[in-house]
Design a protein around this ligand. Structure first.
Ligand code: PGA
Length: 263
């Protein structure tokens, strides 16, 4: 399975900053990276970045979406607008959206469904808080988050013709305490959670579960990514801070490709 590296730029970069990054990335990105790359800029730079990525193998991604088709939802962006700009991926349920905007598992399920219905692949974020980890509740929390959304992502809902080996569904395990803190989870701990997620998916989706890419996210850097990517159930990374620099992004991709190859 081709690993995936997603840059989550969060609320960083003007349009000019974004275009300068893509310009540099186009020069540095290897012909055969061994890893798929995707960039999730802020909405204001989405169209410009999509245009600048045209003709490259690097995908366009969005950071959020609304579940309704259109209507009186001031400040929100519909899935079909994202599809119209050429987005291949949409990040759904990031912990910053859950904690700062009160996004619920139910809203996240509706977003997953909308993204799939518009032919894009959700990058569905799950993960526990520090308190939940310390209480030994990691698998329970992650299982609850998955259960709430899984009705939306049955194989029957995957757009025909785009199935396997990579299904149009990506799950990013991001322990909340590791995001933006410089405190990365141990690769072995991450593998344990990913293996449980994979098993959980197999029990519900059967063999299709093996086509779901499981990313790790939270304080990933070029220095720590290879050990993570070498874990058998880690199929790439969702990266915030270290994805803001084009050279670092390319290094991340190269090391993920190598880590994945050695597993
Ligand atoms: P970070 O963010 O890499 O800056 O920790 C990851 C994320 O929030 O997706």
């Amino acid at each position: 399975m081709l690993p995936l590296l997603v840059a989550n730029w969060k609320m960083h970069k003007t349009k000019a900053d974004a275009l300068a990054f893509i310009d540099e990335l186009r020069r540095l990105w290897p012909d055969r990276p061994g890893c798929e790359g995707a960039i999730a800029p802020p909405f204001t730079a989405l169209d410009a970045v999509g245009g600048a990525l045209r003709g490259t193998a690097i995908a366009l991604a969005a950071q959020n979406v609304h579940w309704e088709e259109e209507g009186a939802f001031t400040g929100e962006v519909a899935a079909r607008f994202l599809a119209d700009l050429g987005c291949r991926y949409v990040i759904v349920g990031h912990s910053e959206r859950r904690s700062q905007w009160g996004e619920t598992d139910e809203q996240i399920a509706r977003k997953l469904q909308t993204v799939l219905a518009h032919g894009m692949a959700p990058v569905w974020c799950i993960g526990e808080s520090l308190r939940e980890r310390e209480a030994g509740r990691v698998l329970e929390v992650v299982g609850r988050q998955l259960a709430a959304g899984l009705g939306a992502v049955t194989p029957a809902r995957m757009p025909p013709g785009r199935r396997g080996p990579e299904l149009p569904l990506v799950i990013a395990y991001e322990p909340v305490w590791a995001i933006g803190t410089g405190r990365i989870a141990e690769p072995k701990q991450v593998q344990e959670v990913h293996a449980a997620v994979r098993q959980w998916l197999r029990d519900r989706l059967g063999g299709a579960a093996d086509g779901v890419r499981l990313l790790y996210g939270g304080s990933v850097t070029p220095e720590n990514v290879a050990a993570m990517a070498a874990q058998p159930d880690v199929n790439g990374a969702l990266v915030g801070g270290a994805s803001l620099d084009a050279k670092q992004f390319v290094l991340l991709a190269q090391r993920i490709a190598r880590g994945g190859a050695s597993s």
